[in-house]
Design a protein around this ligand. Sequence first.
Ligand SMILES: [Zn+2]
Ligand SMILES: [Zn+2]
Length: 179
Amino acid sequence: MSTITCRCGDTALELTGAPIMTATCHCTSCRRAAAELTARPGAAPVVDAYGGTPYVMWRKDRVKVLRGAGHLREHRLSPKGSRRPKGSRRVVARCCNSPLYLNFPGGHWLSLYAVRFDDPPPPGLRTMLMDVEGPWPDDDVPGAKRQTARFMGKLLLSWAATGFRRFPLEPMPPLEDAG
Ligand SMILES: [Zn+2]
Ligand SMILES: [Zn+2]
């Protein structure tokens, strides 16, 4: 079992088991969201040296809000430019403007922002490099235009492990524009 917290510590999530995998997303939506969320008062960067957002993907049924549920707010990108996936939302701890995770509608996992971990597992794959303008990152992390078959296989296996459970999005107040 492990715990991740917002920067101030008022909000904490308890994680059980092991992550599904780690992935660093370079899609336009993640980059836009990172820019918007990082611009909020007191916020800290969530991207790596190449502008990708490292995530640790965890089964939803193994993530529990330990404290600070009242601080959780959802951030959705404005329709402009958010071509995919529709309606995904990022959840931010409002106490200190710390992004916690990305939630895809219909997904059985949460993509936890790796910066929330004291000791994040190493990045396994760069995804959605097709959205990168300019040269691709040239470090040792393997990259893919979209996702790899292995990536999709791991997701499918972890969904099977939940019994192909459906996880409806719980209602959550929006992140206000003012900090
Ligand atoms: Zn906080
Ligand atoms: Zn993305």
